[in-house]
Design a protein. Structure first.
Length: 781
């Protein structure tokens, strides 16, 4: 191995790729709809990459020192890897061309499915709100270097005068994130294919070297996570093997292994023992490791600027952390802790944030500037960056003392809470009181809250927001929509009705807009998956509720029907998970404040005659920390905040919750501890597996088995729904079972929704009638 080229003194692990004005999203969606062709999308993408390179140089990264990561993706970096290594599931074999490659349309088909062929599964990327596509690997998977987009992008940059650093998902993480293919035998572990995958990585890395890359970055966040079903020993052996093989390649580029989202722990000595030239440490989530043999010879890439949050933060503290890494190696680089994929582009694109709030923030571009500052400081000494450090410190001091950041009455209320505030009466008593109050049939039917959001609703909301629609007119339009949704639910025969959530743009932002302590951005988009972006609100201060939020809508809805209407709120954990949250106090304290605001809202709903309130916590699983040692604390505050929000109601008031988006295995105990009267859960795709798991743990509260999979436009047949309901009833007593769709209906169209709900009710009647007949038969026997 020749002497490796120096690693740049400052870098970032990755940069947002969707574009400052979501240009990539728009181009990709136009391609999907047939409005533009592949050449046009590719040229938008090339322009974006070019603009990104120029921008990063302006912000202080080097043009020709490998400091700019080549981290573009049309959809997802894991999908890119699937295509690069040729791991195409057999159901998509027809997408592969004669030369073994897949074109752009085929690439998107893997992500989006086609006809009978379901897309690759999607799941969340570590503890972020980004979702990746899950590779399907089996004994039959043939790995080959089938995609060279990363090489072409490197060459594109080179032609424009840049020496960039290609970024790949590392081979160990790639296999850890994979699931066994449909063809694989039971018990098959994708990681067992490592030896077959490595030659393809070797070939790709060599191609990059031939193209002129000095450095290649391999992202291995899989090494920091414990929540993966592979014994740790196997993971560590895989690291040794993978970086042994790649390290021994002749004529290779220097290798930088990044490990964002936490500390490497026992994987660090293993990596240090290989010949990789640089190792990335997440020093925001993780802490400074102990010295281990081999580490002093590496470049250590100190992830001290938080890539996962939007605060300008304590820059001097970050500088000190970077300097402390010098105890481990003479060669230290400043970096972000993770890719900047998780933050919006630029605070300067915000024109309506309060000026002081804006000065507390750092989006991607500001964070690149912070990296450049600290890198300069490491080289030239702290005095050389005294002014920016002082500016950041002044902003932080101002932030901590700013009005609204600490609100005395909110804090006093939170400090005075006692156990009783988190506890409802015995479930048996509640059940009796609720049955008397609600008079529901057996197997009660309901929905999760939202109904399809039509173009008319979106238009009315947008016009109202722009000030072009008077508040009264807006209210009348929404009420008319609610009236239609109520009539529809009565016609279908549902037992517990909802208002349909037409007034909500987003289940978190809606509450953020109505609570004190939050701010909303104009252009603060971040990629959630593929072309889908979200615009998280900023939770910057103590949270309180200036006025009731949902009460008028719910009361109006209840006035239209004799059936019970469910009030609909988003829970504290989900509000935190899908916002950018203040970093100056524990999440648990922030969650309590949100919970108290919701508690007041629930009290007002109850006082106004609403008998059922649902508090959605779809993100409960999502925020679960990656390391097991942190689980107990998280579950304590997350479950506690839900209980605090909901425990103030009378026994006769029924509390529902709704969970979705993830495997629940690890949080089943927590679901029980929420102590909701009814928990509806995403279960259709897993064919009721989670419902059985919950029941197996001795859960005796209501369970809403999601039998209609709303993530697909397919209309499930009555037979199919009956079978799913019967499956649920095999493991759960009828008394506990509720019937509902998997999740809210807002992303669906009306036609399929109405048909599906009709079928859901028909299936319920089939099962109810059969059960009643069985009961009569057993009585007359
Ligand atoms: N009540 C919300 C809705 O129906 C729940 C959405 C969710 O779980 N993500 O839209
Ligand atoms: Zn849901």
């Amino acid at each position: 191995m020749p002497i490796s080229p120096a690693f740049p003194t400052g870098t970032i692990l990755g940069y947002p790729r969707i574009g400052r004005r979501r240009e990539l999203k728009k181009a990709v969606e136009a391609f999907w709809s047939g409005a533009i062709d592949a050449v046009a999308v590719e040229s938008v993408a090339a322009e974006l990459r070019s603009a990104t390179r120029e921008r990063l140089v302006d912000l202080g990264l080097g043009r020709a020192d490998s400091s700019i990561p080549e981290s573009f993706s049309y959809y997802d970096q894991v999908l890119d890897t699937i295509v690069a290594v040729g791991a195409i599931p057999t159901r998509f074999a027809s997408l592969v061309g004669a030369d073994g490659t897949i074109d752009l349309a085929g690439y998107f088909t893997l992500a989006r499915g086609e006809g009978e062929n379901l897309p690759l599964e999607m799941t969340k990327w570590f503890d972020s709100n980004y979702h990746y596509l899950v590779p399907e690997i089996g004994p039959e998977t043939v790995f080959s270097l089938a995609g060279d987009r990363i090489v072409r992008e490197f060459l594109e940059a080179k032609a424009a005068g840049f020496l960039t650093r290609p970024v790949l998902v590392g081979p160990v993480t790639f296999l850890l994130l994979s699931k066994a293919s449909d063809e694989a035998p039971a018990g098959f572990s994708p990681l067992s294919r490592l030896d077959d995958l490595l030659p393809v990585y070797a070939a790709l890395v060599s191609r990059l070297a031939d193209a002129g890359a000095d450095w290649v970055q391999l992202d291995e966040p899989g090494l920091v996570s414990e929540s993966i079903d592979v014994p740790r020993g196997d993971t560590l052996a895989a690291v040794a093997s993978a970086y042994g093989v790649l390290g021994r390649l002749s004529g290779r580029p220097a290798l930088f292994v990044a490990a964002p989202y936490g500390s490497l722990d026992d994987a660090l000595p293993v990596l240090a023992g290989t010949t990789v030239e640089a190792i990335g440490l997440d020093l925001v989530r993780g802490t400074l490791p102990q010295a281990v043999p081999g580490l002093a010879a590496k470049t250590l890439v100190a992830g001290v600027i938080d890539g996962h949050n939007i605060w300008r933060g304590d820059l001097a503290g970050a500088f000190e952390r970077a300097e402390s890494v010098r105890a481990l190696s003479d060669s230290v680089t400043v970096s972000t802790s993770t890719s900047l994929l998780h933050v919006p582009h630029d605070v300067l694109d915000e024109t309506s944030l309060p000026v002081d709030l804006a000065s507390w923030l750092a989006f991607a571009d500001q964070k690149v500037g912070q990296v450049a500052t600290l890198a300069f400081g490491l080289a030239a000494g702290r005095a050389a960056i005294a002014i920016p450090l002082a500016d950041a410190a002044a902003a932080l001091t101002a932030r901590l003392a700013a009005p609204g950041v600490r609100n005395g009455s909110v804090r006093a209320r939170s400090a005075a809470l006692t156990d009783a505030d988190f506890t409802r009466g015995a479930y048996a008593d509640r059940l009796t009181a609720q049955n008397a109050a609600l008079q529901l049939p057996s197997l009660p039917t309901t929905t999760i809250g939202s109904f399809p959001q039509t173009a008319d609703i979106r238009r009315a909301r947008a016009q109202f927001l722009k000030g072009n629609l008077p508040a009264d007119d807006y209210r009348d339009l929404m009420r008319a929509e609610i009236g239609r949704v109520v009539a529809l639910q009565e016609e279908i025969g549902l037992d517990v009705l909802v208002h349909g959530e037409p007034e909500r743009n987003d289940m978190v932002q809606y509450f953020a807009e109505n609570l004190d302590g939050f701010a909303v951005t104009e252009n603060g988009w971040v990629q959630s998956y593929g072309s889908r972006c979200t615009r998280p609100s900023i939770l910057w201060g103590d949270v309180s509720r200036p006025a009731p939020i949902t009460v008028d809508w719910s009361v109006y809805t209840q006035s239209l029907t004799a059936k019970p209407v469910k009030g609909m709120l988003t829970g504290p954990v989900t509000i935190l998970a899908w916002s950018f949250v203040r970093d100056d106090q524990p999440l648990g304290e922030t969650a309590r404040q949100v919970a108290l605001a919701l508690r007041d809202e629930i009290g007002d709903l109850e006082a106004a005659g609403i008998k059922i309130v649902q508090v959605d916590e779809p993100a409960l699983r999502e925020l679960l920390p990656l390391k097991e040692k942190d689980h107990a604390d998280y579950l304590d505050w997350s479950v506690g905040s839900f209980r605090l929000a909901t425990a103030g109601v009378a026994e006769a008031t029924q509390i529902h919750t709704h969970l979705c988006y993830s495997e629940f295995g690890v949080v089943i105990e927590a679901i029980r501890n929420l102590d909701a009267d009814v928990t509806s859960i995403e279960a259709a795709r897993s064919r009721m597996e989670v419902v059985q798991q919950i029941e197996a743990g001795g859960f005796n509260h209501g369970i809403g088995a999601g039998i209609y999979d709303i993530h697909s436009p397919r209309v499930p047949s009555v037979d199919e729904l009956t079978t799913l309901l019967d499956t649920a009833l095999e493991s759960i007593p009828e008394r506990q079972v509720w019937v509902n769709p998997d999740c809210g209906l807002k992303t669906r169209g009306y036609e399929e929704t109405v048909q599906s709900l009709h079928n859901m009710l028909a299936a319920t009647r089939v099962v109810r009638d059969r059960r009643a007949a069985d009961l009569r038969a057993s009585l007359t026997r």
